[in-house]
Write a protein that binds this ligand. Structure first.
Ligand code: MG
Length: 179
């Protein structure tokens, strides 16, 4: 099989808001009276992006790669997990084509932080921040995000194969039929 030129992935995650924790979103420490609970730094946005990469690659999910029972991941910056996912993506011959994210949070207001979050993600993913988009929305007071019990994040990611022509050409030479 020739390597597909594009692969799409979806990510979704939820973490509970609690007192006594820092709020880290998109690798940014955001001043707020509550933070997200979790084994790692509970960066719900980065977790959704990790899951989208793993999904696009057909490599399972974040829980399989970084189990929350493993003490190695306790309190870890989720950007480190994202770095691992990026390494896997590179190893499989893909790069980010574009990424679109939504964070669902009633509070705090995230618009002043979106640019920094995009830059953090772009740095770790080794891509142009212009290919990433982060949207923030409230849920109009409805549901667990509306009641400020938690924050949710969702994303859609498209990966593009690196050197697709070279790779397909190589396969041709080894007797694979070109599509
Ligand atoms: Mg998570």
């Amino acid at each position: 099989m020739n390597q597909p030129e594009y692969k799409i992935g979806a990510g979704h995650d939820v973490h509970r808001l609690v007192t006594g924790r820092r709020l880290i979103l998109g690798g940014k420490d955001i001043p707020f009276e509550k933070g997200l609970e979790g084994h790692s730094d509970a960066d719900v946005l980065v977790h959704a992006v990790c899951d989208a990469i793993l999904g696009a690659l057909g490599c399972g999910d974040i829980g399989e790669h970084f189990p929350d029972t493993d003490p190695a991941y306790k309190g870890i910056s989720s950007l480190v997990l994202l770095e691992n996912c990026r390494a896997l993506m590179e190893e499989r011959g893909y790069a980010v084509n574009n990424l679109d994210c939504i964070v669902f949070a009633e509070r705090p207001k995230l618009s002043p932080h979106k640019k920094d979050m995009e830059e953090n993600l772009a740095r770790v993913l080794k891509t142009d921040p212009g290919l990433l988009n982060i949207k923030a929305t409230t849920t109009e007071g409805l549901g667990f995000t509306g009641r400020q019990e938690g924050i949710a994040a969702q994303c859609t990611l498209l990966l593009k194969a690196l050197n697709i022509e070279t790779q397909n050409h190589r396969k041709d030479q080894h007797g694979f039929k070109s599509l």
